[in-house]
Ligand binder design. Structure first.
Ligand code: FUB
Length: 474
């Protein structure tokens, strides 16, 4: 059951914060009581998607029209190592509102496992849901249930993969990923220590078929694969993505065969602010998502990570556009987004310091293609004007206090559809002017400055180059 409505009727996104104060503790208690009354406790929506605890290593899957995310439980570790003891699940029907399903399995469910409940994987087949769970850094077990969120048990009673028993597991068979191809063949990818592995699964999804094989990725720069393999298929092409190390990027490679060999194509997710990177790339409700982890809550660290979701986009040639990491996540528009650069300065319209606050000043800054605070979505009002929505925050470019004066400040503010947040786009040669609906004044770089940090303001339109802009698709 979805319990949280995280957007108030006015469309204002409440601040996201980690619960630390006594007042918040009381709120948490009430929320916990609510959780007892209902089947799922509320989680937050914008990034991170879970705010009441640390969770990591998302394995995201669409089952029956809903996205489920299975996670390592970082709040359950010592804080100095990845020594978690259980796994949790979250789900969403719309990519925005998340339901917390609590713990789905723990180390104690495997009689043969002792420690290190690491990155999970999941699959659905034949009326069952399967979790693939790496433990002890040496084994992967399978738990099965008829529900995606509860009732899982060890179906084999022994590991599916075991370094002590199986050939070619590699030294560290961790980070499983299950992929069922269109022809019904299922694969289990896993691995660390620079060598990804793959093995076919039988249709029972709890036994393997044939040998464990090495996955080859050709052409990756640097050291290539480190951990966190992920497989997805799009337009008949197999995309194999993985983390490159500690810290790591999520790089990806493609092939026409799920077993490879794969050819390096690029970076799907750049470095995050913790020393591991782990991502799911998937399509859900006709949009593509990157679900990954980073430090996003107070008290976060390399071992206390949080799961975030951002949209994933492709270029026309099937290559992945490196994910733009945002605060608003999938609450913001899907896009397309644009960078807006000044004709005179060549600098980009930028929310100062990537602030998420209401009222943050809009300035110009040197273009940074992956900076979400320099990306804007032109949302049509339907009558000839546009709101310019920040990719980072989902907030709108706004003339402060609806000033009509020359020099009126331009800020970000929650979108509310008022005329001081609406702009007409007037083409001048190969450039555009952006004219505020309420004042008729033009967006400009104050005093025609070419410096980083110069304020963006409104001024009487005069056709000068500091009032002209280039729009570039990102
Ligand atoms: O959570 C433990 C380990 O950290 C995972 O197995 C790796 O992918 C890394 O994210």
């Amino acid at each position: 059951m979805i319990l949280n409505a995280h957007i108030t009727p006015g469309g204002h996104v409440p601040p996201r914060r980690w619960i630390t104060t006594a007042v918040s503790a009381m709120i948490a208690m009430v929320m916990a009581m609510t959780a007892v009354l209902f089947t799922g406790a509320p989680a937050q929506a914008a990034n991170p998607i879970v705010t009441d605890r640390f969770v990591a290593d998302p394995s995201a899957h669409v089952f029956n029209g809903r996205m489920y995310v299975y996670a390592t439980h970082d709040s359950d570790n010592s804080g100095t190592y990845w020594d978690s003891k259980d796994w949790r699940a979250y789900s969403t029907a719309d990519g925005v509102n998340w339901t917390d399903h609590g713990q789905v399995f723990s180390l104690s469910g495997f009689s043969w496992a002792t420690r290190l409940a690491w990155a999970p994987a999941a699959a659905q087949r034949n009326g069952y849901y399967y979790l693939y769970l790496p433990v002890d850094r040496t084994k992967i077990g399978v738990a099965r249930s008829t529900s995606p969120t509860s009732g899982f048990s060890d179906v084999r009673g022994t590991p599916l993969i075991d370094t002590a028993r199986d050939a070619n597991t590699g030294v560290e068979p961790i980070d499983p990923m299950t992929f069922i191809d269109d022809d019904g063949q299922a694969y289990l990818y896993f691995g660390s220590s620079r060598q990804p592995k793959v093995v076919r699964l039988n249709s029972d999804m709890m036994s393997t078929s044939g040998p464990i094989m090495n996955v080859t990725v050709n052409g990756a720069p640097g050291q290539g694969f480190a951990e966190a393999p992920w497989m997805h298929k799009r337009n008949g092409l197999y995309y194999f993505s993985f983390s490159t190390g500690w810290p790591g990027q999520i790089q990806y490679a493609t092939a026409t065969n799920p077993l490879g060999p794969f050819t390096y194509r690029g970076v799907a997710i750049d470095y995050v602010n913790v020393n591991t990177n782990h991502a799911s790339l998937l399509e859900f409700n006709n949009k593509w998502y990157a679900v990954y982890h980073k430090k996003a809550l107070e008290g976060g660290s390399n071992h206390r990570r949080s799961i975030v979701a951002d949209y994933l986009h492709y270029n026309a040639d099937g290559s992945i556009k490196t994910v733009v990491q945002t605060a608003i996540g999938t609450e913001g528009p899907y896009g397309p987004y644009e960078m807006i650069t000044g004709r005179q300065s060549g600098k980009a319209i930028d929310v100062q310091s990537g602030s998420t606050a209401d009222g943050a000043p809009i300035i110009q800054w040197s273009p940074k293609p992956l900076a979400a605070n320099q990306h804007w979505f032109f949302r049509s009002t339907g009558d000839g004007y546009y709101s310019l929505v920040s990719r980072n925050t989902g907030k709108c470019l706004d003339v402060s206090r609806a000033s009509t004066a020359d020099g009126g400040n331009v800020i970000q503010w929650p979108c509310k559809g008022t005329a001081n947040q609406q702009w007409s786009v007037v083409t001048v040669d190969n450039y555009v002017q952006l004219v505020a609906r309420h004042s008729g004044k033009c967006l400009e770089v104050r005093s025609a400055s070419t410096a980083d940090g110069a304020a963006i303001i409104q001024w009487t339109c005069k056709g000068s180059t500091n009032q002209q802009w280039t729009r570039t698709a990102m």
